[in-house]
Design a protein around this ligand. Structure first.
Ligand code: ZN
Length: 310
């Protein structure tokens, strides 16, 4: 069992419009944009990061906005919803706020004993705000979102899978324990995790597979403390038969990726070095940051990317 896994590190999704995306996460949800950089494999596309004040692992929602991308088609083999944790008693505030902002897909429901508010992102992205009692994370109060309502970080995510068994087995190997079963749903959690430590799997044996597009999750990343822990995880996954990439430097963390049996792309990312490694904490996410190898092409890259107004 990979005791090094602490819960989620970040979730990365696809979007159609960078400005709309930035406005939604910073203005509507009150997260901070903690990094404005480019896709390291496609520098003509932004990579936008949102999270708490400093981008604590387990709070970080990231996006690749591709201007002409078609909408994703929900289905199996993907992350269905990303869960944000909010304090108990705050869902009424959020329901009123999101309705006033014309956010789509708002609906209240309850699952695994938790009150949830489901809503859609700008591209139909699946989200829930979930009231969590014992969350000690501070969250980030904004002008019109008080500390009694602010998002604490992720609570976790849900997967839609045609055949959950192999992915469930993998999660158990990755430090998750089965907590509860209810109908087609099973909940897994990391004990003593970073707060973003819940995964729910919905079994949908006869549903169609998802088609990735705007609003789809591209990959989901799990947190480990440091590079040593990551190397141990990588070795254990390779020994178990997973095809894992070499360690890749993503400037703000180190990453390894592997495709899971259910079709979802997993990443394991380090908590080190963090998002303040190349800019002052007070100014995170303001300037366009480029990895060193693209710095000589800054002028061309800046010409391609539409500026984002804050
Ligand atoms: Zn990632």
């Amino acid at each position: 069992m990979l005791k090094q896994i602490q819960g989620l590190h970040h979730v990365t999704s696809l979007a159609a419009n960078a400005q709309e995306n930035s406005d939604f996460f910073t203005k509507d949800l009150g997260l901070r944009r903690i990094k404005k950089t480019v896709n390291f494999d496609a520098p003509e596309v932004y990579h936008l990061y949102y999270g708490d004040e400093v981008g604590t692992p387990g709070s970080v929602m990231t996006y690749f906005p591709f201007p002409h991308i078609v909408k994703g088609q929900p289905g199996t083999g993907e992350v269905a919803e990303t869960y944000f944790a909010v304090p108990r008693g705050s869902l009424g505030f959020w329901k009123e706020r999101l309705a006033k902002l014309n956010v789509a897909g708002i609906g209240e429901h309850e699952a695994f004993g938790e009150k949830r508010l489901r809503f859609a992102g700008p591209d139909g992205d699946g989200f829930s705000l979930i009231e969590v009692d014992d969350d000690t994370r501070e969250g980030r109060a904004a002008a019109d979102i008080g500390s009694a309502e602010a998002i604490r970080g992720f609570h976790g995510a849900s997967f839609r899978l045609a055949d959950p068994a192999p992915t469930a087995e993998l999660l158990k190997f990755m430090n998750y324990q089965e907590i509860e079963r209810k109908g087609a749903w099973t909940r897994y959690a990391v004990e003593g995790g970073n707060g973003a430590d819940v995964i729910d799997i919905e079994a949908l044996p006869s549903a169609d597979g998802a088609r990735q597009g705007a609003g789809s999750v591209h990959h989901i990343a799990f947190a480990v403390e440091d590079r040593a822990a990551q190397l141990a995880v990588r070795k254990a996954l390779l020994d178990t038969g997973y095809q894992v990439t070499p360690v890749i430097d993503r400037d703000y963390f180190w990453a390894i990726y592997f495709r899971t049996p259910g079709g979802i792309l997993f990443e394991v990312a380090t908590n080190e070095p963090g998002f303040d490694r190349d800019e002052d904490t007070a100014h995170l996410g303001e300037a366009l940051k480029l990895p060193t190898r693209y710095e000589p092409h800054r002028a061309e890259i800046e010409k391609i990317l539409d500026p984002i107004n804050d």
